[in-house]
Write a protein that binds this ligand. Sequence first.
Ligand SMILES: NC(=O)c1ccc[n+]([C@@H]2O[C@H](COP(=O)([O-])OP(=O)(O)OC[C@H]3O[C@@H](n4cnc5c(N)ncnc54)[C@H](O)[C@@H]3O)[C@@H](O)[C@H]2O)c1
Length: 423
Amino acid sequence: MSHPLIDALKQRRSSIAVLGLGYTGWPLALSLHEHFEVCGFDTNERRISQLQQLLSRSSSLSLSYSSDVLSNCDCFIVAVPTPVTEKNEPDLRSLEAALLSVAAVLKSGALVIIESTVYPGCTEEFCLPLLEKHSGLKAGVDFGLGYSPERINPGDQVHTLTTVTKLVSAVHTPWLDVVKFIYETIVTAGVHVCASVKVAEAAKMTENIQRDVNIALMNQLSELYEHLSISTGDVWQAAATKWNFLPFRPGLAGGHCISVDPYYLLHRAKSIPFSPTLVAEARRVNEMVRTRILQRILDHLQHNAIDYAKARILIKGVTFKANVADVRNAKIVVVALDLIALGCTVDLSDPIADEVALLHEYGLCLVSKEGVEYDIVVIAADHSDYYLLEESYFCERTRQGALVVDLTGIYRNRIIQRNYWTL
Ligand SMILES: NC(=O)c1ccc[n+]([C@@H]2O[C@H](COP(=O)([O-])OP(=O)(O)OC[C@H]3O[C@@H](n4cnc5c(N)ncnc54)[C@H](O)[C@@H]3O)[C@@H](O)[C@H]2O)c1
């Protein structure tokens, strides 16, 4: 006999609410809406009106910035941000606020699924008591609680919500069937049932930390090879001919996953007598890359006797990775702010960056038109458009003797008439 909520969802007698309609919640709401009654809730009024414009008039997907929309739902999927504080501690304020909205309307027989990235234990030790306290209901008896981490890869058209196996878990076994049913309905690649909620939480951490550690290794080797006057690009190309070489490249390792999730795990580890030193060290190494880049830029200015106040620098690509608009935790922006603080003129250019977020988060604007006579051009994201640029482009934009700082490696061995530096 199937769980009553499964039948109710199938027959559209019950609705699913998605809380947080950002990079992850929005595609999730759209996919769910193909099979179920769905409503979307986001506290950002501007985001709601933006999304409403994307929907056709006939769409029955209801979107709202008022939590009233939640009152008719029996399933709640939480996809709100889980960033870090200035001290790199988990910032669970949005998660807490979303759970309070859910608790206020939670009824017997309902299910809550957390999709936000959290540390192992957070669902059971933070979310569960909060829901119980503010709803007066008992988890496992009155309502179900599950965890299913979002695994989408921003900017990737191949690895999407529906094509990547979804990890599913539930605190109490009877609810696992409902969590499985929901995701099996929308994910063509199917689901993997995790042994526990903590396993699902830790798996998400592990995926991103593995990337962080590997990038840190390449960053450290790149710095070492520079001291040894060996090109890391040449080394990488040679090593990559071996079948089991992992193709990680040195880089800024920013964004809201790789540069955040390790801190979540490190936070969790603080309460136990074991310290995952490699995780902490990888983060430290990756955080230092921007200092290395800044230093290389300043060395060029000093070596060429260019006053910081007269230096003209163009930074191309201000998003945290290629072909996405997202500028959150884009570490190159910190380099730009440091250069501006030193008095340099820094022009920012990007074909797809979210300009509103750039202004809102960093107080920075993109230039409407790139200038000329730059002392330094930094290529910080490998947007597809940039692959088409020839050396002549850099020559037109820069003075004789200028430096091209290529954090992508795209122009390796292609810049002859200007100084060239890559990681
Ligand atoms: N973006 C990604 O590629 C990605 C990938 C994997 C996992 N994640 C994880 O998914 C979660 C969401 O990330 P995102 O990138 O979609 O964030 P986002 O900032 O793009 O979207 C989150 C949305 O939640 C809204 N919100 C904030 N507080 C709310 C509340 N109390 N109630 C309702 N809505 C609220 C915000 O207004 C925003 O529109 C995070 O935990 C993140 O780590 C993101």
